[in-house]
Design a protein around this ligand. Structure first.
Ligand code: ADP
Length: 578
């Protein structure tokens, strides 16, 4: 059976005033009717005629209101009531207290004004009409009527009746204002919760999708890298290159969408660590050399020698910014060169101010749209750019990352001549005498003597990580879950590092870590996950005892640097050092 949908209160329903004009008019009609009866009983003919006329006018306005003349009927009903109260006050004299009906009218006015653009206009108009009529009565009206005869006894009785009605009406309208205010606030809270729930559901969906997409991508990228580096037929190499390019590109797109999701949640964060700036910059160019060669473009690199120093920075995010600028430069340049430059601007008080720039001789960006290219999803869209593709998110993400680094991406560009994107970052310096290459690259990728235990339930991921590590001459012990890893460690815990997936059957990574800390405290454990990482999750992993985290899909160089950083030294290396 289909469930009946629960009606949802809309903020618009609460602020809708045409119903309120009707309710206000109906209350005024009721009181006018009672006043007619009172006047008939007391024989006040003129008052009876005037209140009856007011009654007829109000009934007419309410009838018009039914046909949707909202704005006219509101001003009409306020005017009719105010003018008639004024005229009746002159007809009766102030001693009946009837002129005090202006008070409940003033209480009722906020109840009639809606939250539209004409809000201020309505406030000024309605209050002006009522207060003007009220003031005329206070200034010009006598205490006793000269228009009709009313006895002293009737004056006293009418005074009490009118005052009682005025208090009741004022109280009723005050209460209605409070009631509506609360109803409006409640409707807003419901709307806000609905919007928050929708955003939360989307974030959750994207983060799950991220995990789901990154896991198979890890397999594709890893397998492609392994086949490319192994022996393949020359004609296969071309297809493997395509496969590598497409899978890397797809990973870039998935990461951009996930980063954008984090920006919207204000969850994009930095994880600074010690790194060598020159090394970061040289590494960031590695994925580009082939692509530049294919396009027959020159890739220039100018790094200030003084940047060969150890600083604190989020190297992954810095490389992401530079890579994005480089891939845009490559995409939008057909001939000439692209230059990556890093120059030391200032070095004082343990801080380095560095100017980074990526300059190209490409299609350039027209001056009138330069300010728009940092907007999300925005791309210069014309005949010459149509072929380039992309999501239009790259520069938004770069700008946000640089904002987190207290910097800003700036642009100088001339159409058909080229563009220069640049920014300045100040880094805390750890040490200036820390050259980037302590050992050569070949040395670095040698893990002989290292024993590494991997706990991972995804067999493809396991196969790839194992193959990569074995190519680097490490001895790898694969375990399908945390429990098997604990059984293996119980027999032999002589490992240099444990790579631990988080979500696994039988025993997950968190539980396995707790047991390792208890039973084999010396073993460094690094989380190995495709889950989306935010600062809270990262901090929580480190607090629980993980040394760090490697995100899948991983780049082999990244895996290697983390292993070198956290693994305990193998026996023979320790002996050599001594
Ligand atoms: P995407 O490259 O995915 O379209 P970006 O946010 O990185 O998204 O770039 C937004 C737009 O800015 C690009 O589509 C392009 O129109 C313009 N743009 C960025 N870099 C360059 C460049 N180096 N030369 C010319 N146009 C560029």
């Amino acid at each position: 059976m289909r469930k009946k949908a629960t009606p949802v209160m809309d903020v618009h329903d609460v602020t809708e005033t045409s119903n309120r004009v009707f309710q206000f008019g109906a209350i005024a009609l009721l009181f006018a009717f009672l006043t007619i009866i009172t006047n008939v009983i007391h024989g006040n003919t003129l008052s009876t005629i005037l209140v009856s006329a007011m009654f007829i006018c109000m009934a007419l306005i309410l009838w018009l209101n039914k046909y949707g003349y909202g704005t006219i009927t509101k001003i009409a009903i306020v005017s009719v009531i105010s003018i008639f109260i004024m005229i009746i006050a002159f007809a009766e004299g102030r001693d009946t207290g009837g002129y005090l009906y202006f008070l409940p009218v003033l209480f009722a006015l906020p109840f009639l004004i809606n939250n539209s653009k004409s809000y201020l206009w309505e406030v000024v108009t309605y209050f002006s009409i009522t207060i003007t009529c009220f003031a005329i009565v206070l200034v010009f009206c006598d205490e006793r009527s000269t228009w009709q005869h009313i006895s002293d006894e009737t004056y006293t009785k009418m005074f009490y009746i009118n005052n009682f009605s005025i208090v009741v009406l004022s109280a009723a309208f005050s209460y209605l204002s409070i009631y509506l205010e609360r109803k409006y606030a409640k409707a807003l809270v419901i709307q806000k919760n609905k919007a928050e729930d929708a955003v939360e559901a989307r974030t959750k969906f994207l983060s799950n999708m991220g995990h789901e997409l990154r896991t198979p991508l890890n397999g594709i990228i890893g397998a492609t890298n392994l086949i490319r580096n192994g022996s393949s037929l020359p004609e296969q190499q071309k297809y493997l290159d395509i496969l590598k390019y497409c899978s890397d590109h797809m990973l870039g797109l998935v990461n951009d969408i996930l980063d954008f999701n984090k920006i919207e949640q204000d969850k994009l964060e930095l994880h600074p660590s010690k790194c060598n700036l020159k090394h970061i910059l040289t590494q960031s160019l590695l994925p580009f050399y082939n692509r530049f060669e294919e396009k027959q473009l020159e890739l220039k690199l100018e790094i200030d020698p003084e940047l060969d120093a150890l600083i604190m920075a989020d190297d992954v995010r810095l490389v992401q910014v530079i890579n994005n600028m480089l891939s845009n430069a490559l995409k939008f340049t057909e001939k000439g060169y692209v230059k990556l430059e890093a120059r030391l601007k200032k070095h004082e008080e343990g801080k380095m101010e560095v100017l980074f720039s990526v300059q190209d001789t490409g299609i350039g960006i027209p001056t009138d749209v330069q300010h728009r290219i940092f907007d999300s999803f925005w791309q210069v869209y014309n005949e010459s750019t149509r072929k380039y593709g992309g999501t239009g998110l790259g520069l938004t993400i770069c700008q946000r990352l640089l904002q987190l680094m207290n910097s800003k991406l700036l642009l100088e560009s001339t159409q058909d001549k080229g563009s220069k994107f640049y920014f300045t970052i100040t880094f805390p310096v750890v040490s200036i005498n820390q050259p980037s290459s302590i050992k050569g690259e070949t040395d670095l990728s040698d893990l002989s003597g290292y024993r590494i235990l991997i706990a991972e339930d995804n067999l493809i991921n396991m196969m790839i990580a194992k193959k990569i590590l074995e190519d680097w001459k490490a001895v790898v012990t694969p375990c399908e879950n945390g429990k098997i890893a604990m059984d293996v460690l119980a027999k032999d815990n002589n490992y240099n590092l444990v790579l631990m997936d988080l979500e696994m059957p039988e025993m997950d990574g968190y539980t396995a870590l707790k047991e390792i800390k208890l039973l084999h405290g010396h073993l460094p454990v690094v989380a190995f996950t495709a889950a989306l990482m935010d600062n809270n999750m990262y901090t929580s992993l480190v607090e629980q005892g993980f040394k760090d985290c490697i995100l899948k899909p991983f780049q082999p160089a990244h895996l290697l640097s983390k292993i070198k950083k956290y693994a305990t030294k193998p026996m023979q290396e320790m002996a050599e050092m001594n």
